[in-house]
Design a protein around this ligand. Structure first.
Ligand SMILES: [Zn+2]
Length: 105
């Protein structure tokens, strides 16, 4: 992937359930915020050694939403969630991969 594909130009809430990421290459990703919550890759949600998902989707409320979205340096987003989970870090590259994955038929 190129830098343009993994560098966001703009990050914004696009309605209550959608986070919009506009990338430097012109592509726009729209993420359902709950899908994003479930895709958290932090050590609490994914086992660091086995890669196994430790997050029980049933434990995440249907109306979960970001309270705060911040950039961490130039490589990731940190999202504080309404379910009390604040350690979620989403590297830009991973977000772009997630977008490609979600768009796949
Ligand atoms: Zn997490």
């Amino acid at each position: 992937m190129t830098d343009a594909e993994t560098t966001p130009q703009r990050i914004a809430q696009d309605g209550p359930r959608t986070l919009l990421v506009a990338w430097t290459d012109g592509h726009e990703s729209r993420f359902d915020v709950r899908v994003l919550r479930l895709a958290c890759g932090c050590a609490q949600c994914v086992d660091e050694w086995t890669g196994e998902n430790r997050l029980d989707p049933a434990s995440v409320p249907d109306d979960v939403h970001p309270l705060k979205v911040e950039s961490v340096g130039r490589y990731a987003l940190q999202i504080e969630w309404s379910d009390g989970h604040a350690s979620g870090i989403y590297p830009f590259r991973r977000l772009r991969e997630l977008d490609a994955h979600l768009a796949a038929p």
